[in-house]
Design a protein around this ligand. Sequence first.
Ligand SMILES: C[S@@+](CC[C@H](N)C(=O)[O-])C[C@H]1O[C@@H](n2cnc3c(N)ncnc32)[C@H](O)[C@@H]1O
Ligand code: SF4
Ligand code: SF4
Length: 340
Amino acid sequence: MTTATIATLPRSIYIEPTSRCNELCQQCPRTLLSREDDRDLSFDNFRFIVDQFPVLERVVLHGLGEPLLNKELPRMIRYLKARGTYVLFNSNGILLNAKRGQELIDAGLDEYRLSMDGATRETYAQVRGVDAFDKIWRNVRAFIAMQQEQQVGARFIAPKPAVSLWFTAMKENLHELPGLIDLAYEHGIREIHLQRLVYFEQGLAHSKQALFRRSTREELELVHQCEEICKQRGIVFSAAGSATPLESLVRDFGDRPWSGCQRPYTLTYITSSGNVLSCCFAPFGHKSAREYQEERVLGNVFQEPLEAIWRGERYEAFRRDFESDHPAKQCSQCGINWSY
Ligand SMILES: C[S@@+](CC[C@H](N)C(=O)[O-])C[C@H]1O[C@@H](n2cnc3c(N)ncnc32)[C@H](O)[C@@H]1O
Ligand code: SF4
Ligand code: SF4
């Protein structure tokens, strides 16, 4: 990768609208690790950030926290849509009531990715730390019905936002994936994503839970069956990168496995406090607040222009390490402990 590539600012970014959350997921760094202060990004600060990017093709509006908790979210989406940006985020769905749902549709959101880590109330509560399974599915059913009602005239065009289901696959919950496919299908969801577990030996984010290169024959067979069921039902079943879900669990990334990743040159991640990180894996696995600040944070947009950070010494040092045999800690595990 040459510096010419870095000459342009990224066209794809993550922005965290809030670091607050209404769940306590047992695999999430927000629950398990030291974290930034709880705060919402104001609309003015959001605009201050996105206006620094001359071109924005894609914005993911989540970080660590539940995006729907920020009341300015629809306004942020609308602002980006007026620029022609593709906008999406993951969400736990607890606050996806009729009012919020309508606001998302009206704002022109492109994708709503529902995080759902179980097919039963019990497993859901065990993994996500709150007893909200039934409520979320009621919300999703009503949201999709509302969409269908309103967009019926345009039935040859895919409804917007596209709703997909994001399942963080672990030993703990994999057995519920077939049930989840049934649930998704019944509720009108036609895309399921098998999300790789990023782990750091705490809570459920533990190597004991990992399936990447650690799946048993039975687990791989189950994933294969899920691929077949999805095919029969017309559900898109995807995984990280271009791999099929099954491939994503057994894939060999070869020598220097992280080096196939383009993110250090093409993408950046900005938290609600303005901290700039290299990607959405960067807030995973630090041992202390100090390590986070010193080794993960590459600058702060409220202290320095984004362009100065992107071309600055810390980002450059991160990229130099990335190209060496000793990348940053988070990168050193990509392709070894999980697919990316
Ligand atoms: C951190 S959340 C933020 C958005 C929102 N609160 C939600 O849960 O969808 C983004 C995604 O990361 C997933 N996630 C949480 N912990 C993870 C882990 N250890 N490994 C991989 N994905 C994880 C969540 O399930 C969710 O799909
Ligand atoms: S995964 Fe999302 S909902 Fe769960 S604790 Fe993390 S940020 Fe909150
Ligand atoms: S942590 Fe992984 S996904 Fe993020 S930049 Fe490094 S190699 Fe890429």
